[in-house]
Each structure stands twice: as C-alpha cells, then as structure tokens.
Design a protein around this ligand. Structure first.
Ligand code: NOJ
Ligand code: CA
Length: 533
C-alpha cells in the first residue's frame, strides 16, 4: 500500500475560534488563546487544526461574513498573531487549515460597496444583481438559508441582489472571471504564508442556474423544518458548472506541495462523490456528513458505511465527520454512553476523521437563555431548534472561574457541568471520554491498519455493528460496536484462532484474550487484534 499523505493518515480537529480560549478577557476566544492551548492538541494526538473564519467581519454570521479576505479581525488578533500561531503549529509537527468562504462576502466588503454603488460600476457584475419580477417582487422564488427570501431589494439602483444566507452576506458571481481570479489570489495569499489547506464553505452553492429558474416545492417539507426546506434547491445549488470552479481551486493548491482542499458539501452520496472530480482533480476531501445525518442504529450506520465505500470513485480518499459548529452536539443527539461508541466508530472507520472541539469531552448542547442568543438563524426563525449556539459554547479547560476559558464574561454560556466536565478533570480520570479519545487517536496513529488499511464489513446483528480493518503487513483488527442498551454476544470470524482486546470504550479490558466469541456490553465498543488460525 502506498505511503499515506498527512491528510489521509491524520486526524483533523475543528476549532471554533470564538470559543476555544480567550487571551485578553473580552469573553471571546482569539488566536493568542489557541496558541496557548497547542500543547493540549499535541497531547490529544491530532494532526491538523481547522479554524473557522478569523478574517475581518461585522460578525453578522460570526465570521462567515467576510469584509477582507487577507487580514485578521481585531477580535482575534493581527496578522502577526496568525503568523506566530502558524509557526508554533508547525513547530509541533501539526498542520493548519483555514476556512475559505468563497460563496459570499460581507455586505461591508469593499467589493460589494462598489458593486452596489451604481449599475455602471466595474464590480457590479461581481455579485448577483437582477431586475425585479414584473410585479416588482423578487426575481424568482429562491429562499435564504436563514429565513426569508434569498433576494434583497436595493432601492438606490432598483435591482435585487441574491444571498443564499443573510442579506448581510451577498453572493459573489462565480461566473465572472475577475471574481475567480481575485479569489484564487486570496488562496495564494494564505498558501504563501504557509497554511496547509482550506475547508471551503458551501462549496456546492457557488454556481447558480444561468436562467435563474424557480426552485420546485418540496412535498416532504414539515412546519417544524427550516423555511428554506419548503423548496428543493435544484437551481440554486449543485449546478454542473460548479465542478470547473472546484477544479480551478484545486489547480491553485496543486502548485504548492502537500496542501489539502476540503469541501463543505451537504448532498446525497451520488452527487457528493462527484466533488472528487473526474480524474481526482477537485476536492481531496468532500466532507462526508453521513454520520451526522443518519439515525444512530446499527443497521442504518452499517448501511451508510457500505454505501459510502461503494460510492467512492477509484482514488477517492474517504472521510468522516461527527459534528461541527452547525450541528447538534453528538453527545446530546445520541446520549452520553453512545458518544463513546461514536468516538470509536469515527476513529476506526477508513478515512480521515474530523473531530469537533469539545466532543472529546462529551460536551452536550448547552441551553441558551433567550437574552443570550447570538446565532442569527435562531433570531430569524426562533423556537424551531435551528439555532447553533448550543454547540458553540466555550471550551471548559479546568474548574476555575469560567472554566479557564476567559477572565471576562463569556460570549456564550459555559456548559452547566463545567466544574467537572472540563479538560483538567477528565484528563486526570483514566476512564473518561477524553482518555478514550486519546487512546483511540494514539492507536489509530500507531496502527497502519487503522489509518490506511481496508474496510471489510462483517455481518451486523441486532444492535451490534461489526467490521474488520485489514492491512497486508499487519494483523487484522475487528471492531464491534454495541449501539443498543443490552449485552450481546459476538462470534469471532471462522478463520480466527483467538483475539486480544486492544481497547474497549470502557477502558477496562486491555489485553483480554477471547476465543470463539465475546460479550459486548451495552453501549460498549471493542477493538480486537485477531490471530489467524
Ligand atoms: C456554512 C457554515 O458552516 C455556517 O456556519 C455558515 O453560517 C454558512 N455556511 C454561511 O457561510
Ligand atoms: Ca479575546
């Protein structure tokens, strides 16, 4: 098997920078704070850090509304802080991945200010301007992701501009070659500084239908769902021409050594894997959110793993994601006991795992009092549970005030159990979920079978999902995960003489030797090394 690249072999850790570590007591995490905590990440054993946007921004969408692609927002520090962080990341042998948000800018970006200033402005076509419909209303029925129409009328110039998200986030016109060139220059600006790659925001939305046709209604929509789900995003997303753009981005990265292009793409498998590109010339890792989107049931999970493996094009490297800053915390979605099983699944599947900060502590959704809501989505569509603040709360580091996150007032509340659920307490407990994560990451690093071997499904019975990982030069590993609440017996494969437990999610079975079969306790996962007959 060919030697794996860092982004294939390694584990990616996502930091939501506002919530990781505050260094100047303003209640908001910053770059100097991340730098202070690099030894924690090194000790955890992850290989790469992806930080959500830190560019100058009015923060209408907390950094996903960018006013300058080539600088750092003063809330997070200065360019010098960034360079220092990058140098210290590299000094530890880690990689740094930036968030690149090409679909839209802030309404405060100078490009948009120019574009909206007059119809004749040379940058008018950098954004998506259309005349009103004959009745004066929006040009078509497209909806915005955070509620309301996707179109906002600009009285001064008498046209509407399109925004897939907030009206403060106008969409760039990626059909315009000048936009493309300007944005590739942005990529080069950061690549020249030494960043190791990009996670690209809403990559599948970049190109819109050339004719701006209406989106069809979604018959499956239910009133408890976000308003945008009323329509199928047929003409506002995943247009065929987007692939040429992704290939261009990839070509920019390919002029540098060893960089990675990751795409945020929420699409069914068949369309998702198209983003590897024909001839593997697009994203290295189109993010795979199947574990987030699938019910936590053994049969269902086994099926999506099989389907994903089958859908991958030749040469396409798999990846798995359990959580991010837009989703519910995994420990809340499936419960604390199963969060340990999920950790084992994430770190034993074939393909690059992405871990969301705090999930290694079993952090749960934090209830946000009405007067502390920050997320614009919750403000626009309240009460539907769409708000993302609950999964963006500060990292609890220790039992001191504000869990060591800030000496000021935290921008979002801490987890109510922060005096016990924090890094220092969990690190001191050899049976904690944090200790489990450390062991899993270390084992994955240690065993080529886990980071580079093949995936072979075994049969999944009842609530227990079982699979093997195989490597031509190393012992086969058997993984058995009990997604249910009762004890189950699992048989060893016929050709196995015996097997030795390498790790249980309960961290209490190291070295146990099993023959013929073994018990898996409720919500237990086990990794065994098989001795062949
Ligand atoms: C996806 C990001 O992950 C999300 O946080 C953001 O609000 C939207 N894209 C808009 O940029
Ligand atoms: Ca700060």
């Amino acid at each position: 098997m060919a030697e794996a690249l860092w982004w294939q072999r390694g584990v990616i850790y996502q930091i939501y920078p506002r919530s990781f570590q505050d260094s100047n007591a303003d209640g908001i995490g910053d770059l100097a704070g991340i730098r202070q905590r690099l030894d924690y990440l090194w000790g955890l054993g992850v290989d790469a850090v992806w930080i959500s946007p830190v560019y100058p921004s009015p923060m209408a969408d907390f950094g996903y509304d960018i006013a300058d692609y080539c600088d750092i927002d003063p809330i997070f520090g200065r360019l010098g802080d960034f360079d220092r962080l990058l140098a210290e990341v590299h000094a530890r042998g880690l990689k740094l991945i930036l968030d690149f948000v090409p679909n839209h800018t802030s309404e405060q970006h100078p490009w948009f200010l120019e574009s909206r200033s007059s119809r004749q402005n040379p940058k008018r076509d950098w954004y998506i301007w259309r005349d009103p419909a004959p009745d004066g209303g929006p040009p078509n029925n497209w909806l915005a992701n955070f509620g309301g129409s996707g179109w906002t009328f600009d009285g001064a110039t008498g046209q509407y501009y399109y925004h897939a998200f907030l009206q403060q986030q106008p969409d760039l016109n990626w059909r315009n070659p000048e936009v493309r060139k300007a944005m590739y220059d942005v990529l080069r600006f950061w690549l020249d500084r030494g960043v190791d790659g990009f996670r690209v925001d809403v990559l599948w939305l970049l190109i819109k239908d050339e004719q701006f046709r209406d989106n069809p209604p979604n018959p499956a929509w239910q009133p408890h769902q976000a308003a945008i789900e009323r329509l199928v995003q047929r003409y506002s997303a995943d247009r065929p021409e987007v692939h040429a753009v992704v290939a261009e981005m990839r070509a920019v990265l390919d002029t540098y050594a060893d960089r990675v292009l990751i795409g945020e793409i929420y699409l069914p498998l068949k369309w998702l894997v198209a983003y590897y590109g024909k001839g593997m010339n697009e994203a290295h890792l189109p993010f795979n959110f199947q574990l987030i989107l699938t019910a936590w049931e053994a049969q269902a999970i086994a099926r999506i793993v099989a389907d994903y493996e089958a859908a991958l094009p030749p040469g396409g490297w798999p990846n798995w994601v359990l959580g991010n800053h837009d989703q519910k915390r995994i420990a809340s979605r499936i419960g604390r006991p199963q969060a340990r099983v999920a950790a084992m699944l994430l770190l034993t599947l074939r393909g690059t795992p992405t871990l969301y900060y705090g999930d290694e502590l079993g952090l749960e959704n934090v209830a946000i009092p009405a007067d502390r809501v920050q997320d614009p989505w919750e403000k626009n569509e309240p009460g539907l549970g769409l708000g993302r603040d609950p999964a963006r709360t500060p990292m609890p580091w220790d039992a001191s005030q504000n869990a060591g996150f800030t000496a000021g007032f935290p921008w979002l509340p801490l987890n109510p159990d922060h005096t016990t659920r924090n890094v220092a307490s969990l690190a001191a407990d050899p049976h904690s979920i944090l200790s489990l994560y450390r062991r899993l990451i270390a084992l994955r690093r240690d065993r080529a079978t886990l980071h580079s071997g093949n995936y072979v499904a075994s049969h999944t019975e009842g609530d227990v999902m079982t699979f093997e990982r195989r490597h031509d030069q190393e012992p086969t590993l058997l993984v058995a995960l009990n997604l249910g609440g009762s004890l189950q017996r699992v048989a060893l494969p016929d050709d196995a003489k015996e097997a030795r437990v390498l790790l249980s999610t309960e961290l209490d079975r190291d070295g146990e030797v099993v023959r013929a079969g073994f018990d898996v306790r409720p919500a237990e996962g086990i990794i065994l090394e098989i001795s062949q007959t």
